[in-house]
Design a protein around this ligand. Structure first.
Ligand code: CP
Ligand code: NVA
Length: 314
């Protein structure tokens, strides 16, 4: 919002760095911890009352959403702020207006912008041109808001996640990549069991290893979950993926069932970001079973994101 206004005063404007929430690997671990603690405080009722009064958040969706949309809307309102939900097809970007121009215009109206998109590049472009914080509400690469809720949920049930063993079983998708980012920032061990053809990009693994993250890859789900404190999976067909028989055939051996859960640690929990496809990536018995914490995980989207919003805007 700073420019040449002809007063000659622009040089005296002090610019502060925007706090974008784009990806866990771009944010300091101390800040991520602070956001989770804020979320915990809001959940237990000790959070600040309406810290975002008078602030507004624009939420742009290029893909469907239930949890993200509702939890951000409710969360922002509970914090005293307002939301504007924008469907991509109803906006001028749907008719070719650039992301850069959209970013500059929205920044004049609202205090933060959230985007769910297929393309990580669009998110980067939005953040580059916005003069207000930008929040990643899922791209084909990552889903950091979900992981904040997931870490909060693990810790609520099992204590500190640092040093614990988390097993990812299934498609090497955006959630798998974000679990890897989280392993780096929250210091836990991650074992990824994905079919070779659907493994996460090598560049992500190399970057994590270079920063000292304990990550191992296998194609054997039983090996991955052995002694794990938490077993995680996600849909076999993410938004933007082409469904098909081949994909299902490749992923068939990676279904999380009772047999897989029995190989994990006796008190292991089961997590899934939802929406779930019972009988595909997870059996109904596991999803509804005693080890499953998926409903707490969904609820914690609300609390953790309140922490994210206050960090970005507070
Ligand atoms: N987990 C998650 O982001 O769900 P939605 O797609 O419903 O927002
Ligand atoms: N991997 C899934 C997550 C949905 C919340 C997808 O991108 O569709």
């Amino acid at each position: 919002m700073c420019g040449d206004n002809g007063t000659g005063l622009e040089g005296s404007v002090i610019m502060t760095e925007l706090k974008h929430f784009l990806d866990l690997d771009l944010i300091d671990a101390v800040d991520l911890r602070q956001m989770i603690q804020l979320g915990v405080n809001f959940k237990n009722g000790s959070g600040e009352n309406e810290p975002l009064a008078g602030k507004s958040l624009a939420m742009i969706f290029e893909k469907p959403s239930t949890r993200t949309r509702v939890s951000f809307e409710v969360g922002m309102k509970q914090l005293g702020g307002k939301t504007i939900v924008l469907n991509h097809d109803d906006m001028q970007i749907g008719r070719g207006e650039t992301i850069a121009d959209t970013a500059r215009v929205l920044s004049r109206y609202v205090d933060a912008i959230m985007l769910r998109t297929n393309h990580p590049d669009k998110l980067e472009e939005l953040a580059h041109h916005a003069t207000v914080p930008v929040i990643n509400a899922l791209t084909d690469r990552s889903h950091p808001c979900q992981l904040m809720a997931d870490v909060m949920t693990f810790e609520e049930h099992r204590g500190s996640i640092a040093g614990r063993k988390i097993a990812w079983v299934g498609d090497g998708n955006n959630m798998a990549v974000t679990w890897l980012h989280a392993a780096t920032k929250f210091n836990f061990e991650l074992i990824l069991a994905c079919p070779e053809e659907l493994s996460i990009p090598r560049s992500e693994i190399d970057r994590a290893l270079a920063s000292g993250t304990q990550v191992t890859e296998t194609t054997d789900p039983a090996e991955a979950v052995s002694g794990a404190d938490c077993v995680v999976t996600d849909t076999w067909v993410s938004m933007g993926d082409q469904p098909g028989e081949r994909r299902h055939r490749l992923l068939e051996p990676y279904r999380v069932d009772q047999g897989i859960m029995e190989k994990a640690s006796a008190d292991a929990i089961f997590m899934h970001c939802l929406p779930a496809h019972r009988g595909e990536e997870v059996t109904s018995a596991v999803l509804e079973g005693k080890q499953s914490v998926v409903w707490d995980e969904a609820e914690n989207r609300l609390h953790a994101q309140k922490g994210i919003l206050v960090w970005c805007l507070g």
